[in-house]
Structure formats: structure tokens, C-alpha cells
Ligand binder design. Structure first.
Ligand code: A1S
Length: 213
């Protein structure tokens, strides 16, 4: 199932969070070859893995199988600090109801291809459920353009924030994606998911109101 981890319930998930940073290093540094993220401790963490970061993790039988990160756009985030030029046309959104989505992964054994992708689909449904529950109205993301048909097939709306650029050999674009019930419905239908998938254990931290204070 899909679990949400914030600074409020992090104590319940110490091992899983550590495992997730280790898997991120394996995948982003080892598999994807993003050497700028390499760290001697073998844990991929950057300056945006702060107390404000929210993690949506797929955990199966105590094992982390998938993950994603949300960061409030009113705080420093990847688009505002590193890639603002990708939002040259519409500007970098900074809004308490808009979060930046980064670091989606599925471990290799659970990858299933674009037309099924059930584990990835569970993460996306969990993410949508969390956003709707917390009043998060949209996500921003920086993505390689191969994602575009995939989101189109799932019925998502994507608003480009600027023109695509070639980054490390991949065409990359920044987008804003509204989060709403219709998108949750079409994403569930695409992945044949019929019920809520998100588990919220322990104290909850209201995502939107918290960053306002
Ligand atoms: C963060 C972006 C934001 C959204 C947050 O038609 P198909 O079935 O062949 O399509 C496949 C692949 O071709 C395509 N695909 C995956 N990785 C690709 C790549 N590096 N370049 C070009 N195309 C790529 O996506 C379809 C499905 O891929 P999959 O791996 O078989 O299955 P699954 O289960 O849907 O998992 C997709 C993800 C992206 C989660 C998985 O491949 C993964 O964890 N990759 C490593 C982490 C990663 O690159 N994350 C994106 C960070 S940008």
C-alpha cells in the first residue's frame, strides 16, 4: 500500500525512509547516471529533503518498492533554485496550494511498462488522494518529455511553464498539473484501481496550512 510520511509521523518510518534514500541513490546515481547526486554515504538526499518534504512511499511486506517526494513551492525547490529557466514563459509558481513533485521511482522488479505500470499507478493514485485530502490544488514537475504521452493516457492536464530544453541529453520540460477528482478517476481507471490506496499513520501534518504558518 501507499504511505504518506511527513515531519509529524517520520518517527514511525525511520527504517523505511532510510531505505528509500538508499534506493534513490541506486536508481538515480547508479541506473540513471545522474552523477551530480552521488554521495559518499550512498544515500541520495539533496537540499530539498527538509522537514517540509513529504514522502509518498509504496511499502509491501515492510519493503520499500516505490516512492515520490512533494516539496512546497513557497519554500526553495528544484524549479525555483536550479531550473527557473524552464519556467521562463509562465514563471515559477509559488503558492501554498501548489507543491513540487520529484523523485518518482519504482524498484526494478516492480516495473511493469507504460500500459500496466500498476505500482507506479498506485503511487500516482496515492499522490492524488493525498493532494485532494490536503487541499493541494496543483503539482509542478520537471520531467523528461517521454512522460507526456503517459500522462495524456491517464487523463492528466499538463500546463507547460516554459519551453523544453535539452538537459543531460534528454528533452526536459517544467509543467503544472491540476489535482482534481476527475484526474483521480481517470488514473484509477487506467490502472484498474478501484479503491483508495493511501494509508496515513500517526499524527498528520496539514500540508497546505502548515506552510502558510
Ligand atoms: C520525475 C518526473 C515527475 C513525473 C515527478 O511504452 P513502454 O511501456 O515501453 O514505456 C515505458 C518506458 O519506455 C518509459 N520509460 C521509463 N523510463 C524511461 C526513460 N529513462 N527514458 C525513456 N522512457 C522511459 O516509461 C514506460 C514505463 O516504464 P517502466 O519502467 O517499464 O514501468 P513503470 O512501472 O511504469 O515505472 C516507471 C518509472 C519511471 C517509475 C520507473 O521506470 C523508474 O523508477 N525509473 C527510474 C527513476 C526515474 O527515472 N524516475 C523519473 C524521474 S523524473
Amino acid at each position: 500500500m501507499i504511505h504518506v510520511i511527513t515531519s509529524a509521523n517520520r518517527g514511525l518510518y525511520r527504517e523505511e525512509l532510510h531505505e528509500h534514500f538508499r534506493i534513490r541513490h541506486d536508481i538515480y546515481v547508479g541506473e540513471r547516471g545522474w552523477k551530480a547526486l552521488e554521495r559518499a554515504d550512498g544515500l541520495e538526499r539533496d537540499q530539498f529533503d527538509t522537514d517540509d518534504a513529504i514522502y509518498i512511499l509504496g511499502i509491501d511486506g515492510g519493503r520499500v518498492v516505490a516512492g515520490s517526494r512533494l516539496v512546497p513551492t513557497v519554500k526553495p525547490h528544484l524549479l525555483s533554485e536550479i531550473f527557473p529557466h524552464l519556467a521562463a514563459q509562465r514563471g515559477v509558481p509559488r503558492d501554498p496550494a501548489v507543491f513540487e513533485w520529484t523523485r518518482i521511482f519504482v524498484i526494478k522488479e516492480r516495473r511493469e511498462g507504460r500500459n500496466s505500470g500498476r505500482t507506479a499507478g498506485l503511487v500516482m493514485c496515492g499522490l492524488l488522494e493525498f493532494c485532494l485530502d490536503q487541499g493541494i490544488e496543483a503539482l509542478t514537475a520537471i520531467m523528461e518529455t517521454w512522460w507526456l504521452p503517459r500522462f495524456h493516457d491517464m487523463g492528466w492536464t499538463l500546463h507547460p511553464l516554459g519551453l523544453p530544453e535539452l538537459i543531460d541529453g534528454s528533452w526536459t520540460v517544467a509543467v503544472m498539473m491540476p489535482m482534481n477528482e476527475a484526474t483521480l478517476d481517470t488514473t484509477r481507471a487506467f490502472h484498474s484501481i478501484t479503491a483508495p490506496v493511501l494509508i496515513q499513520k500517526g499524527p498528520l501534518r496539514p500540508a497546505v496550512t502548515e506552510v502558510l504558518s
